[in-house]
Design a protein around this ligand. Sequence first.
Ligand code: ADP
Ligand code: MG
Length: 209
Amino acid sequence: MSAGKAEFLAWIEGLARVYAENRERLTELDSAIGDADHGANMHRGMQAALDKLPGVADKDIGTILKTVGMTLVSTVGGAGGPLYGTLFMQMGTAAAGKMELTLADWTAALEAGVNGVVMRGKANLGDKTMVDALTPALAALKAASGESLAQALRRSEQAADKGKLDTIPLVAKKGRASYLGERSAGHQDPGATSSHLLLKAAADTWATG
Ligand code: ADP
Ligand code: MG
């Protein structure tokens, strides 16, 4: 099974809905170790991306992803906007010209996106950032063999979920949370949480067809 454009659009729409529903939760997490804007940031960015979708709905998946990325960069400030913008833009570059993605295509796109985030933000695994959810999710996708796209996406979402929870005891090394030093330990990272939600929205989209 591959991911067609209709499902892609459904994923983006689903993600906008998920960030709307989790706005308070993400803000609450960011208020503990940041500046309490992560929920508003992700919500605003994805709503703006949603507004752009009709204009690119007939284009290839790469163009759709790049449009989402550019919209996030231009509407969301702070660390989250440029990092999520990079994730989507690099995924879009990897998926350029494609009207559907196989599991291998999806894996290659996420790999390009995660590499972009790491290059831009310079976070290592264990620095208590979104990378701690994205990297295990990518590893799970790469390890998937003989699985359907839906199964692989679910495993990748589950790996991100664990990566997100594993940020709780960590001391932040990047971003605003790092200003707190040891006091950042004991809190779940907001960006790892929004990254898990992004992958969960994908798994949920393809699970239901
Ligand atoms: P800001 O920190 O500017 O207020 P957000 O609140 O939108 O931006 O996003 C915060 C999240 O961004 C953090 O929880 C963390 O996951 C992520 N983040 C911050 N700095 C980096 C970085 N250098 N690399 C990767 N992720 C980062
Ligand atoms: Mg913040």
